[in-house]
Design a protein around this ligand. Structure first.
Ligand SMILES: [Zn+2]
Ligand SMILES: [Zn+2]
Length: 268
């Protein structure tokens, strides 16, 4: 695959991210190749990516996020178990990040109303929404890259006693990913319902399809409009809470699946 260096406001991103990898915490001074910029969310296929969609990561994390499984080599038991364990750990990080993002997103309508009531209508409240969304998307991508490696394993070559729990583990992990993505999309609908860009939180004119600041396409909230045209924020909050509960159940199931895989690997 071609590895593209993302243009954009490199210095702005590095400064904002405190010259530290947002995936593993490595400081720029510890990375001999310097930090890379990794794009999250829907970004243009070419051209400049706005800083709100760029994250600083170290070179090994960038490689890990971008690496594609070759599928040819069957990992030994130890490599397999560490892949399963890393997937579970990264998914745990993602669940926490999603919960933090959801909490910020559901506070947006109230905070924005309070800010608008203030004397300065130009100021955009820095609620942490943009950063929280970025970190969630990075965490989700991190899990995706681990799951890709799991799915690439030739399970036919494995003992069925191991292949089956492994397939169940991957399936449960994928289900959790989809629930977490759903929560992010609902949170983005809250921002969009407030007339804001769901990526950079910039104000959107009523008649534009794309954000003038970061070029993201406006998130459609037609499904969440009440008969009078207003956005049903309560409905969005309920949907977020329901999906969070479902994700919590799936997380428990994932822990059980991890245990099953571990038992097979140790027993075999
Ligand atoms: Zn890193
Ligand atoms: Zn934007």
């Amino acid at each position: 695959m071609t590895e593209r260096e993302w243009r954009g406001e490199r210095e702005v991103v590095l400064e904002r991210d405190e010259r530290t990898c947002r995936r593993c915490g490595t400081a720029a001074t510890e990375d001999p190749n310097g930090l890379r910029l990794y794009p999250v969310g829907d970004v243009p296929r070419s051209g400049t990516v706005h800083e709100s969609a760029l994250v600083a990561v170290c070179t090994p994390c960038f490689a890990s996020l971008r690496s594609e499984p070759d599928g040819s080599a069957l990992p030994d038991d130890e490599a397999l178990f560490s892949l399963v364990r890393e997937t579970t750990e990264r998914q745990g990080v993602t669940v926490s990040a999603v919960a933090a993002f959801a909490s910020l997103a559901t506070k947006l309508p109230g905070e924005l109303a309070a800010a608008t009531a203030d004397s300065d209508p130009v100021s955009i409240p820095d609620t942490g929404y943009v950063r929280a969304r970025r970190e969630v998307l990075l965490a989700i991508d991190s899990v995706d890259s681990r799951l890709d490696h799991l799915y690439a394993i030739e399970t036919d070559a494995l003992d069925p006693n191991l292949a089956d729990p492994l397939a169940e583990f991957a399936g449960t992990g994928t289900k959790l990913q989809s629930e977490l993505r759903g929560i992010v999309a609902l949170g983005e609908c809250i921002a969009a319902g407030l007339g804001r860009c769901h990526g950079c939180f910039g104000e959107l004119e009523a008649d534009v399809d794309r954000c003038g600041t970061c070029d993201l396409e406006r998130r459609d909230v037609a499904d969440w409009r009440s008969a009078d045209g207003s956005v049903d924020f309560e409905g969005l909050f309920d949907a977020i809470n329901e999906t969070l509960q479902a994700a919590s159940g799936t997380t428990e199931a994932l822990t059980d699946r991890t245990t099953s895989v571990a038992e097979q690997l140790r027993g075999g």
